[in-house]
Design a binder for this molecule. Structure first.
Ligand code: ZN
Ligand code: ZN
Length: 393
């Protein structure tokens, strides 16, 4: 692992910047302070700035030489609506808000890469540094695309990076194919006829129907989806009746949950089969059902060509610590929307051991500052390789 002197010299600044962001977390589309700081620092580094895509998004562009290729590098900036419970000098100053997914580190590393490349200028082409708001379920990537991200800043390839506890900070995993699952929501309401709890025959009981539905739900993954294709269906919310009225069968039961898949086909299957099960159960009990499946985030599937280029950069930086095998995550990331617009690759950068067992979205999680140097070096190497100054001559 060799971190260039320019980046090593910038590490005290980048570390302080990262900790400052950690102390001042902002939720999705509210990253006003964060995006102000990012825009100011990019501008000072000599980049062209575009603000307001996806409300609080910032794009910094660095164009050097006459290379015609353009690539996009993405960092997410948002924090989570949860309290930080661990004590550290730069603990969150905002009650109920916390950088528990390491996006403070992502922002610092991409900023570090922009600063370094603006100094060294050792490439020929265009880099768009995409600082995205609202990754955590609020739709920031989609909003940036809708606001014209790729129309204003066409990219021949786009790259994302996420920190990963369990890998060491001098380790990176680059794997072609599915990385993160689709993340969709489903809801249904069983509509029966409420009645006295002692006289079920006078109504139509939606609670028993809900029980049948829930008991059968896992048969979709177990019996319908190809056993070699990963899929998750979970019911995460059930609402019915009133615990203070235990002699009343309610009119309705509302159930909601999540569905995850790695291919469009399985995603379609989950949407269809949850609905089929809901309608079939309603039919069986002589009640009605409303069903809605909301497609939120497609799966992140790494493009073969982009993955090869990311792997080459990773190998140059991490050497033998580069992993080409790493299990995909059942979490989602809306980087997927960028990957639909340009060939994309999403890589995992080690965050060291899970300190006290704290993983992403845990109240004690923290980005590991030891990863800033390696992560920043990966970004700059990717740019210098893909937009090689000598290749265009
Ligand atoms: Zn997260
Ligand atoms: Zn995250």
């Amino acid at each position: 692992m060799r971190v260039p002197d320019g980046i090593t010299n910038d590490l005290p600044f980048l570390t302080e910047f990262r900790r400052d962001l950690h102390a001042h977390p902002e939720l999705g589309f509210e990253e006003v302070r964060t995006s102000d700081l990012v825009a100011k620092l990019l501008e000072e580094a000599g980049l062209k700035i575009h603000r307001g895509l996806g409300k609080t998004g910032v794009v910094g562009t660095l164009q050097i030489g006459n290379g015609t290729r353009s690539i996009g590098l993405r960092a997410d900036m948002d924090a989570l609506a949860m309290p930080e419970l661990a004590e550290r000098p730069y603990k969150s100053k905002e009650a109920g808000k916390m950088h528990a997914c390491g996006h403070d580190g992502h922002t610092a590393m991409l900023l570090g890469a922009a600063r370094h490349l603006a100094r060294t200028r050792n490439f020929s082409g265009t880099v768009h540094f995409i600082f995205q708001p609202a990754e955590e379920g609020r739709g920031g990537a989609k909003r940036m695309v809708e606001d014209g991200l790729f129309r204003l800043f066409p990219c021949d390839a786009v790259y994302g990076l996420h920190n990963m506890p369990g890998l060491a900070p001098d380790e990176m995993a680059v794997v072609a194919g599915p990385q993160l699952a689709s993340s969709d929501s489903w809801r249904l309401t069983f509509r029966g006829v409420g009645t006295h709890g002692a006289k079920p025959h006078l109504g139509r009981d939606p609670v028993t129907a809900a029980g049948t539905f829930l008991a059968s739900l896992q048969s979709i993954v177990g019996r319908v989806v190809d056993p070699l294709q990963p899929a998750v269906v979970s019911a995460c919310s059930v609402r019915a009746g009133d615990p203070k009225a235990l002699n009343v069968i309610p009119d309705t039961v509302e159930i909601g949950g999540t569905a995850r898949a790695y291919t469009p086909h399985v995603r379609d299957q989950l949407e269809e089969e949850i609905g089929r099960l809901a309608r079939g159960t309603a039919e069986m009990y002589g009640i009605k059902v409303d069903y809605a499946f909301e497609r939120r985030i497609p799966p992140v599937v790494n493009d073969a060509g982009a993955s090869e280029r990311a792997l080459s950069a990773a190998r140059a930086v991490f050497g033998e610590k580069t992993r080409t095998q790493f299990p995909p995550s059942t979490a989602g990331d809306d980087f997927a929307f960028f990957g639909l617009e340009a060939p994309g690759c999403y890589v995992w950068l080690g965050n060291g051991p899970a300190v006290d067992g704290a993983l992403h979205h845990n109240t004690a999680y923290d980005f590991n500052d030891d990863a800033i140097g390696p992560g920043t070096t990966f970004w700059t190497t990717l740019v210098e390789q893909e937009l090689s100054a000598s290749a265009g001559l």
